[in-house]
Write a protein that binds this ligand. Structure first.
Ligand code: COA
Length: 325
């Protein structure tokens, strides 16, 4: 019997504040036309007082509701985030407490930037192998507006805040296939933490910098199209499948043109790539679960359909996960 991931429920949450492209044009040398045509983004949501715990707990609560899962059924909580307010405790521990999960839950955070949710879901699947009776709560949550450089017009227009979550268990509905990669390097895409390396007694101290995203957009674009296309192909090949065998592609929502280029390279109609970047922007680790939740709630996703989740991000990292919905 092949035990694969079974996603039992999804949830998503974005803070109510919406910021349009026109509002960016009022603070930076940009325009709605430039942003839409280069990225597909029309608006995004920003936290205005909400913490990453607020976003994550809302999404998790909705996923548990959708799955019909009780708190005592959750044995694992993995939270993918790079923007939690605390270095510790982890966001996963705080969500577990906020949702009244059992003390014996295994709860921790994982940071793989925009690939974080994929890696968290794969990690949860591995951990569920030890606890077949339990469910995993897997969350991607980001408040990117905290680390966005609003003086850099080429990056600030891309990002948004939000959280997405799934409740997953193991089932005998079919195999789950996974592929991942990590290249390393800080040149193309990074966000320094602001922590300094000087010893505390040194006469000259570095001033801590607020963390800000640095990005070489063209390089990221090239890396994204190459790595996502190749990773999807490798993932499917593990199961003797071809890109055309998949019903839905739910990819990291970074740029609509990246999705178009991947669809073209795989020779798949763009309609099979679910896209919600127009009203969400790039929400990093939250983007795939937010998109999956929207696809699920739209009624378009039917049980038994074949799904690929795929993404890329800081690290540089990438990954793909195939499963049966
Ligand atoms: N408004 C108007 N003009 C802008 C702009 C903005 N917001 N941002 C950049 N420009 C300008 C540039 O300064 C440049 O001007 P120049 O030709 O006078 O030098 C011009 O537009 C073209 O810049 P370029 O960087 O080549 O644009 P692009 O077509 O590559 O689009 C990105 C820029 C960032 C949208 C695109 O590279 C991208 O999306 N990359 C991937 C980023 C990503 O996915 N990041 C997240 C990773 S998880």
């Amino acid at each position: 019997m092949q035990y694969g991931l079974k996603i039992l429920g999804t949830g998503g949450y974005v803070p109510p504040l919406t910021v349009s492209n026109e509002e960016f044009a009022a603070i930076a040398d940009t325009s709605d036309e430039w942003i839409r045509s280069r990225t597909g983004i029309g608006e995004r949501h920003f936290a205005d007082g909400e913490s990453s715990l607020d976003l994550a707990a809302q999404a998790a609560h909705r996923a548990m509701d959708d799955a019909g899962a009780a708190p005592e059924q959750i044995g694992v909580v993995v939270c993918a985030t790079a923007t939690h307010e605390y270095l510790f405790p982890s966001l996963a521990c705080r969500v577990a407490q906020a949702l009244g999960l059992p003390e014996q839950v295994l709860a921790f955070d994982l940071n793989a930037a925009c690939s974080g949710f994929l890696f968290a879901l794969h990690t949860a699947q591995c951990l569920l192998g030890e606890r077949r009776d339990a469910y995993a709560l897997v969350i991607g949550s980001e408040v990117l507006s905290r680390i966005t450089d609003f003086e850099d017009r080429s990056t600030c227009i891309l990002f948004g805040d939000g959280a997405g979550a799934v409740v997953a268990g193991l089932g005998d509905g079919g195999p789950t296939l996974f592929d991942s990669g990590a290249i390393g390097g800080t040149q193309v895409l990074s966000c320094p933490s602001g922590l300094t390396a000087r010893n505390p007694f040194a006469s000259v101290q570095e001033l801590p910098q607020r963390p800000r995203i640095h990005m070489d957009g063209r390089e990221v674009f090239r890396f994204a199209v190459d790595s996502v296309s190749a990773s999807i192909t490798r993932t499917l090949a593990q199961g003797g499948l071809a890109p055309g065998d998949v019903d839905w592609y739910v990819c990291h929502q970074a740029n609509q043109r990246i999705l178009k280029a991947v669809a073209k390279r795989l020779d798949i109609p763009l309609e099979r790539f679910f896209c919600n970047i127009g009203h969400r922007g790039n929400t990093s680790a939250a983007s795939i679960p937010l998109a999956l939740d929207e696809l699920h709630r739209s009624g378009l996703l039917r049980r038994g359909q074949r799904v690929v989740l795929s993404g890329f991000g800081g690290g540089l990292t990438y990954g793909s996960l195939y499963f049966i919905w």
